[in-house]
Design a protein around this ligand. Structure first.
Ligand code: PRP
Length: 192
């Protein structure tokens, strides 16, 4: 059993080891390569900052004329979790009109971010929009009361319980993004 790690005041235990993550990302890359074999200049649109580690590894395994671009959004307001208000801080760094776009996320939790991005990309005339994520938390995602029809999460490398998770791009107040495995906050500090 690996020893827990500490970031600031919290302890985290190993949740998903590194080899499992690499295999899961390679599986997603293989599926995307099959699905986009005929696509013309598809675009991997990476949400800053958390998705950069996953997206870098994924992008390296994509074949064909894929391009990469970035976007940054943030949730805001006191009722962020219930209202899902999302602000665009950095608009997409490449034009999306007429393009087949894959949004790359580190985690889909409530799903507010991907729904906001999807609406924005549709408005900007993207030809198709899919979602690839390192982690999907099905419990919060499929239990959003105001959202009867969740978007499909087309490529979820891994699924996770509704715990607070760091590593592989995900942070706790800025720390932990460079951890090579995924770590979940220890039981007594569960974040449901
Ligand atoms: C995280 C993550 C997703 C979003 C998912 O971003 O990178 O973009 O939350 O949550 P949701 O499904 O509930 O919308 P965060 O705002 O923590 O920024 P970061 O990527 O810079 O850490």
């Amino acid at each position: 059993m690996e020893k827990p790690i500490t970031l600031f005041d919290r302890r985290f235990e190993l949740y998903i080891p590194e080899p499992v993550i690499h295999t899961a990302i390679s599986d997603v890359a293989a599926r995307i390569n099959r699905d986009y074999a005929e696509a013309v200049r598809p675009l991997l649109l990476v949400t800053l900052s958390g998705a950069i580690v996953f997206a870098g590894e994924l992008f390296r395994q994509l074949e064909g004329p894929f391009e990469i671009a970035f976007v940054k959004v943030s949730s805001y307001g006191a009722e962020t979790t219930s209202s899902g208000r999302v602000a665009v801080e950095v608009p997409p760094t490449a034009a999306v009109e007429g393009r087949d776009v894959i949004i790359a996320e580190d985690v889909v939790d409530t799903g507010h971010t991907i729904h906001a991005l999807h609406a924005m990309l549709a408005e900007q005339g993207a030809r198709s929009i899919r979602v690839a994520t390192l982690l999907l938390k099905p419990d919060p995602y499929y239990r959003q009361p105001e959202r009867p029809e969740p978007l499909p999460v087309d490529y979820a490398a891994l699924e996770a319980e509704p715990r607070f998770i760091v590593g592989y791009g995900m942070d706790y107040d800025g720390l932990g993004r460079n951890l090579g495995a995924l770590y979940a906050v220890c039981d007594e500090e569960r974040h449901d």
